[in-house]
Write a protein that binds this ligand. Structure first.
Ligand SMILES: Nc1ncnc2c1ncn2[C@@H]1O[C@H](COP(=O)(O)OP(=O)(O)OP(=O)(O)O)[C@@H](O)[C@H]1O
Ligand SMILES: [Mg+2]
Length: 209
């Protein structure tokens, strides 16, 4: 579904963040990307999601280079993103944040991530960090996109909630939707439940185990 071919990337400051990264991501599978803080995991997800372009190399979605695709449409239709910093619209309620991206009913999806009706109707700034994170997860899940990119989706959650969310993400890939799920995580316990574990180190992406 998604192919990374010889991806190189550096920020203006010059240090190389990604070096000749090659990887293939398939439908129906869950990928965990691990690596130390600052190694470039969020940068890599941005490139996969068409939010940033590599300095060289190619990203192909279903065989077509992102450079030749309509990027706003790719971001809207093909990819769902759970941002590390949530990126919720802060003057809206949880429910309204979901309504903005999908005509489907928001409450059942919010319920799935453990947020009840009262919470759904509250302004997101009046929610706890973990509740905001779950709104961001619900907003991605409701899109039913074929590619789901999740940047530290359980970073602010307790063990029990984190495991429940991880189960939902696994369902997204292994259930009828057969989505391709890519999760950046610092949790080795969660990573070991993924189908494939990739480690980013010194700009190089390698399979683990
Ligand atoms: N806009 C930017 N301009 C310059 N450097 C940046 C920019 N964004 C990130 N960086 C640097 O690039 C490196 C990779 O950042 P990135 O956010 O991809 O790391 P990460 O692996 O996601 O880290 P974390 O686990 O802490 O989220 C870091 O050293 C960071 O300081
Ligand atoms: Mg990051």
């Amino acid at each position: 579904m998604l192919e990374l071919q010889n991806i190189n990337y550096s920020y203006q400051s010059g240090t190389s963040i990604l070096r000749n990264v090659n990887a293939t991501f398939s439908p129906g599978r869950v990928y965990a990307i691990v690596g130390s803080s600052g190694c470039g995991k969020s940068t890599l997800l941005s490139i996969m999601g068409g939010l940033d372009m590599p300095a060289s190399g190619n990203v192909r979605f279903n065989g077509k280079s992102l450079m030749k695709k309509d990027l706003p449409e790719y971001r809207k239709k093909d990819v769902a993103f759970i941002f590390q910093s949530y990126n919720l619209i802060d003057y809206l309620t949880a429910e309204e944040n979901l309504k903005l991206v999908s005509p489907l009913s928001a409450l059942p999806v919010l319920e799935k991530v453990g947020l009840n009706c009262e919470i759904a109707k509250r302004n997101v700034l009046k929610l706890s960090g973990g509740q905001q994170q779950r709104v961001a997860i619900a907003r991605a899940l409701i899109c039913d996109s074929s590619l789901l990119l999740a940047d530290e989706p359980t970073g602010n959650l307790d063990e029990e909630n984190a495991a429940a969310i991880f189960d939902l993400l696994i369902q997204y890939a292994h259930g009828p939707l057969q989505g391709c799920v890519v999760i950046v995580t610092h949790s080795p316990v969660l990573a070991q439940n993924a189908d494939v574990v990739l480690k980013l180190e010194n700009g190089v992406l390698n399979h683990v185990g």
